[in-house]
Design a protein around this ligand. Structure first.
Ligand SMILES: Cc1ncc(COP(=O)(O)O)c(C=O)c1O
Length: 456
């Protein structure tokens, strides 16, 4: 007789106590803080919407008035392990109980050496790497400019339109994201050439001669830039985001990075991949350049590296990072507490969240593609892992960017309990904490759809 087994209970997506809007934001406590802030903080801060954070847990953020939100932006791809992950918090507590900082340029401590070792081994490719640790992404970019010039004695650099590399003078000179970030601040570093970034959705290249926008872009550098404007032997480096962040969460064809690698090899130029936004497991691989199978000469990381503690790094081939002792340094870069947070973060990302980013990324992508079928205002949905872009247009044929709609979606989404952030011309970036689960995906999708439906 067949053994009777109890039918397994159907796995339900767990319900949680968020989102929850109890005092339309900003509530009274939030308003009081905003008022104080506006009196004394720099006028250069813009603020996406009036979110006044109290605390967070996983992919949930709570504001000072008790409203709870599903977070789809992670403080611009920073909260990689979510908010207040117990393992990261414990690492921070323990290291802070020992000491905060001991200028890494002059002395040694284990957490710092361990971060250098870990990143050197994590970087793509077989060649041995060395690591310089910084406080931020911008500081990593700035240091990398010095490193490449020091290495080959050349002065010029290539960067891309739409790129964001930071706001200090060197990094700002490479940045070409929004004109407000540059207006009135020139002159910039001489010798920076900005090329078109290959956007498969809005390609500006002649499609007839090339397989894709990636090939066309590389050919443009070879056939135009190197023939008319810049001798390749004067070019120190190409700075590139393997998947562009602020410029619109664009995923270029693999041929792009592969073609740049070839160009660099042919002309003795260094390839610098800025993975400050796209790295640390966000795209479903530890580094976005791994999707193209390319090993850069220099790789830059920050943001998600230490779950929100300030830390960045320049990871370079040993053959490149040969600058003289004392030629570069940093007082706080790689402080004990941030390094402890990074080591805990990397454990979590490598062991759990890299896999989760792939799984939840697929679930999100499927949901977003369904919305694209239903709502003509969604022109494009793209991405890898949890690095996803939803591009809104006024009309699918003309592809005119729907800027105001994106702004309205961000604001209304916030009021409904979903934290979103725009980028590019008219793109909502979906870059949640890598720990988000099915509930966070499905709930976020429901609010996102409700928001779009109400506005269109
Ligand atoms: C690709 C990229 N590079 C550099 C930076 C600058 O990093 P930070 O703000 O930590 O200085 C950013 C920040 O958004 C970025 O996205």
């Amino acid at each position: 007789m067949p053994v009777k087994t109890k039918p397994k209970p159907k796995l339900k997506t767990p319900t949680k106590d968020y989102p929850r809007i109890i005092a339309p934001p900003p509530g009274p406590k939030g308003r009081a803080i905003i008022k104080r802030d506006k009196q004394h903080s720099s006028t250069s801060y813009i603020k996406a919407y009036p979110l006044v954070v109290s605390h967070g847990k996983g992919a949930m953020v709570e504001d000072v008035d008790g409203n709870r939100y599903v977070d789809w932006m992670a403080g611009i791809a920073v909260a990689s392990t979510g908010y207040a992950h117990p393992k990261v918090v414990e690492a921070v507590r323990e290291s802070a109980g020992n000491f905060f900082s001991m200028c890494t340029t002059d002395w040694y401590y284990e957490n710092f050496s361990a971060v250098c070792e870990r990143l050197a081994k994590l970087a793509p490719g077989n060649s041995k790497k060395r690591v310089f640790v910084t406080n931020s992404g911008t500081e990593a970019v700035e240091g990398a400019i010095k490193l490449v010039r020091n290495y080959n004695g050349r002065k010029s650099m290539i960067a891309f339109k739409g790129a964001f590399h930071g706001r200090s003078y060197g990094a700002m000179s490479l940045t070409s994201s929004k004109v407000t970030q540059r207006a009135s601040f020139g002159p910039f570093l001489a010798g920076v050439h900005h090329e078109e970034y290959p956007d498969p959705y809005r390609t500006v290249f002649d499609k007839s001669r090339f397989k894709d926008a990636g090939e066309a872009c590389v050919a443009d550098i070879e056939e135009d830039l190197f023939q008319r404007h810049l001798a390749p032997e004067d070019c120190a480096a190409i700075f590139v985001e393997p998947m562009i962040g602020e410029g619109g969460y664009i995923i270029p064809p693999k041929s792009f990075l592969q073609g740049l690698r070839r160009l660099c090899d042919e002309h003795g130029i260094l390839l610098v991949c800025d993975e400050i936004q796209s790295g640390i497991g966000r795209t479903g691989k530890m580094w976005a350049c791994e999707h193209s199978g390319v090993e850069p000469d220099v790789l830059l990381t920050a943001k998600g590296l230490a779950s929100g503690m300030p830390l960045g790094a320049i990871i370079a081939k040993e053959s490149v990072m040969k600058w003289e002792g004392g030629s570069h340094g940093s007082t706080y870069g790689g402080n004990n507490v941030a390094c402890a947070a990074a080591l805990a973060t990397l454990d979590l990302v490598e062991n759990i969240y890299l896999e989760n980013a792939k799984k939840m990324g697929t679930r999100l992508m499927t949901g977003l593609k369904k919305l694209q079928k239903k709502y003509p205002c969604i022109g494009d949905v793209r991405g890898e892992g949890l690095f996803l872009g939803v591009e809104f247009v006024k009309d699918r044929k003309t592809q005119v960017p729907a800027k105001q709609l994106v702004e309205d979606i961000m604001q209304l989404g916030f009021r409904k309990g979903l934290l979103l952030l725009s980028c590019g011309k008219s793109v909502i970036r979906v870059a949640p904490p890598l720990c988000l689960d099915k509930y966070d995906v499905d709930t976020g999708l429901a609010i996102f759809e409700e928001t779009i439906a109400e506005l269109t």
